[in-house]
Design a binder for this molecule. Structure first.
Ligand code: PFF
Length: 449
């Protein structure tokens, strides 16, 4: 087997210290923060849900994030190779392929939504969303149900593939360094705009004043699942990025910076979306359509709405694409390490295949394939459900068990000892696995909310 060839062909690439933090924030801040987080917050209880999310992020998310990065840096390989390199045991190599498959499946539908954001960026800036009399729900449904999303999905795959093919420092690191700061500027402009809208206070209150009677078991489990998704955990992403981190870099500090970055962007996203939605008398609980149906209606009524709307969708697109880099890097690193493919070949083939597999997902959101449904879920919903609520928890479980039980020297690599090490181990051995099993049983419907 080629399990020990951890770096594939070519020279060993590394992130710079700040490059790694930016790339990891680029990975974690994505559609999860800007699109999914606001609509699940709207649905599962507003501020009380947000608080649950913060708790899950800190208590379960950060320890697993640290574990993933440590595994990658110690194993110096893709997800499967790292688990194998550390233990020398073949079965860990097989177990380590699960996250690789997960990342590939996520790419298939994440690329579709990323494509929608590009389409809406162009529509907004060109002024085609400015007519207040438009039925934005119908407009979105028509678009998503047609064939245009395939074009935009292809654009996303093309951009992602080109950046990944350029490698770590010349590709992923370089583009994150441009995109993430630019992203922050746009975010602040938009937040200022939304907080100064008449009636914005009701939105802020909905988002930040907790009402615990709105919390249900479903909201707690959703918060935990979302903490995983939001930090890009359980699918080998932070592990693979971790394999490019220099030995001198502190992983503990990196975990804190990434966690804080992710939370900060979620907070800003909420402070843009809820005040805007409330200010225009719209509802925050319309699910996946929140960003694409409710917000365009708000922007259409706003002075300079085409500009602000365009900025908003550009923001979503950047967030989505920097996450796509990290998702795609997982299978690309795997193909390079395990099959000895060149980076270029791996990038091209992974892009092409995830595009092809994403086509049915794209065509199932009101399109020709929407008649296919399993248990009430379209193909698109199935991709999301199977990855976010089944495969990612399984991946997270693998990481906790590996670090908590199979790897004796985890503390050294993570650079922590004493109280923090004991706490970390306690979470990885007991708290996180039990919570993950709970999310899992809930997702597959064995326990009911
Ligand atoms: N964390 C990203 C988001 O919040 O949108 C999504 C994601 C990226 C999930 C990378 C998983 C991943 F590996």
């Amino acid at each position: 087997g080629s399990g020990s060839s951890s770096t594939g062909s070519g020279k060993i690439e590394r992130f710079s210290t700040s490059g790694f933090i930016l790339a990891a924030i680029g990975s974690s801040v994505g559609l999860g923060n800007m699109w999914k987080f606001p609509y699940i917050t709207g649905k599962y209880g507003g501020a009380a849900f947000f608080l649950m999310f913060i708790i899950c992020l800190i208590v379960v998310g950060l320890p697993i994030l640290l574990a993933e990065m440590a595994i990658g840096r110690s194993g110096r390989g893709n997800a499967a190779a790292s688990l194998f390199n550390i233990t020398g045991k073949k079965h860990w190599k097989w177990i380590g392929t699960v996250p690789v498959v997960t990342s590939f499946l996520i790419m298939c539908y994440y690329g579709v939504v990323a494509g929608w954001t590009l389409h809406y960026t162009v529509l907004s800036f060109s002024g085609s969303l400015s007519d207040v009399n438009t039925d934005f729900t119908a407009a979105f449904t028509n678009f998503a149900g047609g064939y245009a999303p395939l074009f935009w999905q292809a654009v996303v795959m093309l951009i992602t593939g080109i950046v990944i093919a350029k490698g770590i420092s010349g590709g992923i690191e370089k583009y994150n360094k441009i995109l993430i700061p630019g992203f922050l500027v746009i975010l602040l402009i938009l937040m200022f705009r939304s907080l100064t809208l008449p009636g914005a206070g009701a939105g802020v209150e909905f988002f930040l004043a907790p009402d615990f009677s709105k919390l249900s078991r479903a909201s707690i489990l959703t918060a935990l699942g979302h903490a995983f998704f939001s930090l890009s955990l359980g699918m080998g992403c932070m592990l693979t990025y971790g394999s490019y981190v220099r030995k001198e870099q502190s992983l503990g500090k990196a975990a804190l910076a990434i966690g804080a970055g992710d939370l900060f962007y979620a907070l800003l996203a909420g402070l843009i979306i809820f005040p805007t939605v409330f200010s225009y008398g719209l509802k925050p609980d319309q699910g996946v359509g929140l960003a694409f149906m409710a917000l365009p209606a708000a922007f259409a009524q706003m002075p300079l709405g085409a500009f602000f709307g365009g900025l908003f969708f550009l923001l979503l697109a950047i967030a989505a694409i920097t996450s796509c880099f990290s998702i795609l890097e997982v299978p690309v690193a795997y193909a390079m390490g395990q099959w000895n493919w060149s980076r270029k070949k791996a990038a091209i083939l992974v892009c092409v295949f995830s595009f092809i597999l994403g086509v049915p997902a794209a065509l199932s959101v009101g399109g020709v394939l929407s008649f296919i449904s399993l248990d009430g879920k379209s193909i698109f919903d199935l991709f999301d459900f199977v990855t976010s609520y089944i495969l990612m928890p399984v991946g997270g479980f693998i990481v906790t068990i590996f670090t908590g039980y199979a790897w004796k020297r985890a503390g050294e690599e993570a650079g922590i000892s004493g109280f923090w090490y004991d706490t970390w181990m306690f979470i990885l051995r007991y708290v996180a696995p039990i919570l993950i099993i709970l999310i899992f049983l809930y997702s597959v419907g064995i326990i009911q909310p």
